[in-house]
Ligand binder design. Sequence first.
Ligand code: SF4
Length: 460
Amino acid sequence: MKEIQIVRDTVLNQQYAINDLYRYNLEQNKTYFIVTFGCQMNEHDSEKMMGLLELCGFKKADSEESADVVIFNTCAVRENAELKIYGNIGRIKKIKEKRDVILGLCGCMMQQKHIIEKIKKSYPYVDIIFGTHNYHELPMYINEVLFKKNKIVNLLEDSKAIIEDLPSKRKKGVKAFVNIMQGCNNFCTFCIVPYTRGREKSREYGDIIKEIEELVRSGVKEVTLLGQNVNSYSGGITFAELLEKINEIEGLERIRFMTSHPKDISDEVIDKFGKLEKLCEYLHLPVQSGSNEILKRMNRRYTHEAYLEKINKLKKNVPEMTFSTDIIIGFPGESEADVDKTIELIKEVEYDSAFTFIYSKRVGTPAATFDDDVSDDEKHQRFDRMLNALNDIVIRKNSERVGKVYEVLVEAVDDNTKLATGRSRENHLISFHAQNVSVGDLVDVTIVKAKKFSLEGEMI
Ligand code: SF4
């Protein structure tokens, strides 16, 4: 914690660049469009870049086709997301041939030197490249391109700084993401994140509380605390203590958090479920595999049994608690028996949802050097087998919810159909016909119909 530097008033420090840009953009009616790939962390970084661009006089365009500045905030976690980026860059080239557009690339993919080399060589028309540690400098980069016609490539390998006081343009609504820490120290062998987001660093708890209080004043009812591994939060107090402090914020109704590493979720945090009235009865706890052999090769540092023990403690504290997870199928060295163990765990936990992936090699990770001995056919067959087992449970559990009552936080009401949608504290997606309800209301709803992955209800 001591070596982390908290940087405040960054926007003021960039005033010269911002003033220039602001005048120019207002006069010229300049617009921006940011396309975000990947996780909530990236979504939140994009919200901050949008806040900065609007402070600089830009207006949000309807699409990248009409924008003057297009930014792709990239993801490096899966191969698919990477391939999509190249297609998108190619599309902007066609727009650039017809008119002036500034094209910027940022995010996790841009933290990798081999990717930057590829982009410089194959896509020389990209104007700005920067990574995950310096998105707050975007106004300066745009200034350089607009007024000095320079191209910018600025890759910081890691940063000890936490940048505070940046404006953020969040989607208007009753829910908000709040970043509490960045980076990861875990080095799971399949994961590129520690190399793209750097080592863990936590925001000071006072800054987090202040941000949530401001969000509540603007109408937010539910916050999701974000971090690659929130359980190792160290911004002056422990994560459990942070949850306690946030629970005291008046006007806030619900707290969620993600992501937790199973080895790090402490008894202290587990005990907060069922005790802190704002902490929702839902937890995303990525397991990745149910096989101890594969977990070892993944460097996850817990076993099937230890994971289950934590889940059972949580279920004991809060019987109605629901769980979601991440699962990777086809990791190097995986056998049919390993998949059986994963399916066994799925049945033991009874997840309500899961992000499921077929393993793809990430250059720069230890697992990229492992012998990838599972054929594509095997990967797909195993994936289908796992998914069928998971879906059976999700569908059965949903059907058992008919007749039960849930508190729903209303997130949207369709003006024409009067259909309201929202989530229960247990994270079930529920729709119902609204009678005099508005976005932000908390409404008790009886479930009348179970769909495959959502529920329909009636207001009480
Ligand atoms: S805990 Fe593992 S999977 Fe999660 S971000 Fe860190 S290295 Fe990646």
